[in-house]
Design a protein around this ligand. Structure first.
Ligand code: PLP
Length: 437
């Protein structure tokens, strides 16, 4: 099969290289881990994308998660147009902030108060400052394989050893910042216990993704999350769930409800803004009272609670509250994932399809994967081939094998059938018979 035409996208990318570092405004968009140049997207509708060359795709990236209703959903679009007609920003309170907060707080028992910001990164940065201000401690424990946005102190990776100070994983992060971050492997109780032994009374918070979904889909056991709840409480640290992906995705109340575990602070992003730049963090009224102007932890934003972004969030979250919304979406995803598992098994292909809620991830292995170190980099060559075969068959996945896929309410049975057939055909070409890991 010939590769799709990318003439126009390639021209646009060449021009973009003159304007932006690497030709993009966020690194993974550059297609460095897959074949070809990035596709420039012209428009999206429902579960479909069209690129600048007129190619049409079924989209499983969904803007990296925000578009749980698919592209160009009428309810969101109409809300946004309404808001835009009344002005784009005032730097003063509007009723739309109350409305979105009301929708969330009246239907999410995990938090009592919320603060809106403009990205997931900003939500995490603020949550960490709040945890430090609240506990009067400095160290944060994070997990290898969890991504929390490009916050300085979170751009750290594990060194060697069970419990390590973070080593910076980006130039420009002072070592002294990384020294306040402790990095341990996921799914390893001993490592967390050891960290508390080594740094008694110093750990402000443990931060974990609701379900780690930025470095493969590393589904943790419920008991392990319960253990984190317990050890943080015992040691008077806070437990932060970074639910920028899982919030409003696993269900309206996110991973916290999924585990039936109440964290101390939760961060949101992606879905909460319906495709507009919104992030948020929330906690009990008591913890949130520490935030400025009520408390001493400073946090602000010129465009925070932006009316157009709030209107988009209101449009999206209102739809999510319809009875049966998540049951239907999650059932559809599980059936999709299971049929690919069945196909792979029937052919003896070494492919695992991990899935939870409406998130899925292809891993070229025969093993269960719960830690970053379980992922074999060699398996990424297989993903690279899969990505190309799927693009050629009109299926768009995020351009990296470490990224998860998302299914939206706009993916109908028919389109999921089409996608499945394309995936089966692609697998029959790649024939993944080696189990990596
Ligand atoms: C995407 C993401 C972030 C960062 O959000 P941005 O809006 O890209 O800044 C933080 N944490 C998690 C878990 C994410 O998936």
């Amino acid at each position: 099969m010939n590769d799709i035409s990318r003439t126009r996208s390639a021209e646009l990318y060449e021009k973009a290289q003159k304007y932006f570092p690497g030709g993009v405004n966020s690194p993974v968009r550059a297609f460095k881990s897959v074949y070809g140049t990035p596709l420039f997207i012209e428009r999206g509708d429902g579960c479909f994308l069209w690129d600048a060359d007129g190619n049409k795709f079924i989209d499983f990236c969904c803007s990296w998660g925000p578009l749980i209703l698919g592209h160009n959903h009428a309810a969101i679009r109409e809300n946004v147009i309404d808001a835009v007609a009344r002005g784009m920003s005032f730097g003063a309170p509007t009723v739309l902030e109350n409305e979105l907060a009301g929708l969330i707080l009246n239907n999410n028992r995990m938090i009592e108060k919320i603060r809106f910001v403009s990205s997931g990164t900003e939500a995490v940065m603020s949550a960490l400052r709040l945890a430090r201000g609240y506990t009067k401690r400095d160290k944060i424990l994070k997990f290898e394989g969890c991504y929390h946005g490009h916050v300085d102190s979170m751009l750290v990776k594990a060194g060697s050893g069970l419990v390590t100070f973070g080593e910076t994983s980006s130039a420009g992060v002072p070592k002294s910042f990384a020294d306040e971050t402790i990095v341990v492997p996921l799914n390893d109780r001993k490592a967390v216990e050891e960290a508390y032994r080594q740094f008694p009374g110093q750990i402000a918070a443990v931060i974990i993704e609701g379900v780690p979904a930025n470095n493969g889909l590393l589904i943790q056991d419920k008991e392990y999350i319960g253990f984190l709840r317990e050890i943080t409480s015992t040691n008077k640290s806070l437990l932060i769930f970074d639910e920028v992906i899982t919030g409003f995705r696993l269900g309206f109340e996110g991973a916290a409800k999924y585990y039936e575990i109440r964290p101390d602070i939760i961060t949101y992003g992606k879905i909460i803004g319906g495709g507009m730049p919104v992030g948020a963090y929330g906690a009990s009224a008591e913890i949130m009272s520490r935030i400025s102007p009520e408390g001493a932890v400073y946090q602000a934003g010129t465009l925070s609670g932006n009316p157009v972004a709030m209107a988009a969030g209101i449009g999206q979250l209102t739809e999510l509250l319809r009875p049966g919304f998540y049951e239907e979406l999650n059932r559809k995803t599980e059936a999709f994932a299971q049929s690919i598992r069945d196909f792979a098994a029937s052919r003896n292909y070494k492919l695992k399809v991990f899935s939870i809620g409406s998130i899925f991830w292809f891993a070229f292995t025969g093993k269960n994967i719960q830690k970053a170190e379980d992922i074999d980099v060699l398996s990424m060559e297989q993903f690279k081939m899969l990505h190309r075969e799927l693009l050629n068959r009109g299926i768009y996945l995020g351009p990296s094998g470490y990224e998860v896929g998302f299914i939206s309410a706009a993916h109908t049975k028919e389109e999921l059938e089409t996608a499945k057939r394309a995936i089966f055909d692609s697998l029959d070409i790649i024939k993944p018979t080696i189990s990596y890991a």
